[in-house]
Design a protein around this ligand. Structure first.
Ligand code: CTP
Length: 438
């Protein structure tokens, strides 16, 4: 996918600048053509020589360099790339971008371009969480700038939190998603999701979210399996709505017929054990939403050859319990997502069972839905849910799964933005949202 793609890599001034060199190597390995642009502060951390040695190109540094301007002006530089990547992107560089300033080569190139831009922020945790940076990030997402990271962890300054630049391979994956998005456009989005994107773009920028979706298949023998009727539609809709708000989404899905949503990292798995492994690999995340209908049991001893019919008796299938992914995410000591949301698929006593699951699974919110055959939820396009938290409950109106996904993504954004009021989406139902509590 990256073969012969031209990438302009802007390296800002931060300790993470050294990772830009590794990023360059990873992009080279994939056949991309990288051109480097080093800011004044970036040049305090890495040298133009090392960047030039890895890119095999001259490194651009000055806005007012006569020779550079005669060889390739800054306007041409900004247009020659298929994608501009700023890694590390400092708070200062993002502020300049958000304000439309053009006082140095990096900001001028970013202002002069109509090429898609991906930024990988890196800064101290307090700078990242500062209102000014949040405002700038929201503005940039609204302007169509893509984000990858930052990650949470120990920082060079001795503090802990979000602000570490994403790892080079994660940036490569985000670059691939940018190209995927460019190639497919966003035409597939449901109008509600588009509306949500326009209304509240950027509210989840910099947040990583894991979503599980679909059924799991548990093998009996090489040709048969245990399964359920989940279509994955609700989980996919949630993932798309979260991505529309700027979240970095990892969608882990069991076998479904739906296509990978463009721009979303989608991991396809078969069994509950595979799904659990993929979830573990996706950590750390800020939020996990378990919408998958994971099989509770698997065959204790799946056969390696097809089980043959014998005249005297049907085979006895001994079952063993699968790992509960939701519970294991909620009860982790290390890297527990700050918001864990489960689903309670019930055919009777929906509310009571859902409340029990909220407790036994130690999650923060549970979405109860009626999956009895009469409801048409399993495999259908609509849903009618209850959102239950430890101190309140809401019965949502009958909506499409896309609308439910958009409304849930709004709630997640609300949670991460300190319960800041988000304009609710206009809902079709006459009943509207009911905000009960108990
Ligand atoms: N879940 C999970 N791993 C499992 C089983 C369920 O992560 N092995 C998650 C589902 O993704 C969902 C929640 O747990 O978010 C509840 O799933 P549900 O099937 O409703 O409940 P179960 O725990 O399977 O209980 P029961 O089948 O008895 O209703």
């Amino acid at each position: 996918m990256l073969k012969n793609k031209h990438i302009l890599l802007i390296v800002g001034g931060g300790i993470a600048a050294y990772k830009a060199l590794d990023l360059t190597r990873r992009l080279n390995e994939r056949g991309a053509r990288v051109r480097g642009l080093l800011t004044k502060a970036g040049a305090q951390f890495i040298t133009p020589l090392s960047l030039s040695a890895l890119t095999g190109e001259k490194v651009h540094e000055d806005l007012f360099n006569l020779l550079d301007e005669s060889e390739m002006g800054h306007i041409a530089l900004s247009r020659a790339a298929d994608l501009i990547v700023a890694a590390p992107a400092t708070a200062d560089l993002m502020a300049k971008m958000a304000a439309g300033l053009a006082g140095d080569l990096a900001s001028t190139v970013l202002l002069a371009t109509d090429t898609p831009v991906l930024v990988a922020p890196a800064m101290n945790v307090r700078m990242w969480t500062h209102t000014a940076t949040r405002r700038n990030v929201a503005q940039l997402v609204q302007d169509g700038i893509a984000f990858v990271g930052p990650d949470e962890g120990d920082m060079a300054c001795g503090e802990y939190g979000p602000g570490r630049m994403a790892e080079p391979l994660d940036i490569v994956a985000a670059i691939e998603r940018c190209f995927e998005r460019q190639e497919s456009g966003l035409t597939h989005l449901h109008p509600k999701t588009k509306a949500l994107k326009n209304q509240s773009a950027g509210l989840l920028a910099g947040r990583r979210v894991l979503v599980t979706a679909g059924p799991t298949h548990e093998p009996i023998d090489p040709v048969r399996y245990l399964a359920n009727r989940s279509s994955g539609k609700q989980g996919f809709a949630i993932a798309e709505s979260l991505a529309a708000l700027g979240a970095d989404v990892c969608l882990i899905t069991g076998p479904v017929t739906l296509k990978d949503p463009p721009g979303i990292k989608t991991v396809r798995v078969e069994t509950a054990a595979d799904m659990a492994k993929a979830c573990e690999a996706a950590l750390p995340v800020d939020a996990a939403i378990c919408a998958a209908a994971v099989a509770d049991w698997r065959i204790a001893a799946p056969q390696s050859e097809k089980i043959k019919k014998t005249s005297n008796s049907a085979p006895k299938l001994a079952l063993t319990e699968n790992i509960d992914i939701l519970k294991s995410l909620s009860t982790r000591k290390k890297n527990r997502p700050s918001l864990v949301i489960g689903f309670a698929a019930e055919t009777e006593k929906m509310e009571t069972h859902a409340r029990q699951k909220l407790k036994t699974k130690s999650c923060d919110w549970i979405i109860a839905n009626d999956v009895s055959p009469a409801s048409g939820v399993m495999g259908g396009d609509n849903n009618e849910i209850m959102l239950i938290t430890h101190d309140r409950q809401e019965r949502w109106p009958h909506m499409t799964k896309a609308e439910t996904g958009a409304a849930l993504a709004s709630r997640v954004a609300d949670y991460f933005n300190n319960a800041r009021k988000i304009t609710p989406l206009p809902l079709k139902s006459k009943r509207g949202l009911s905000h009960g509590s108990n």
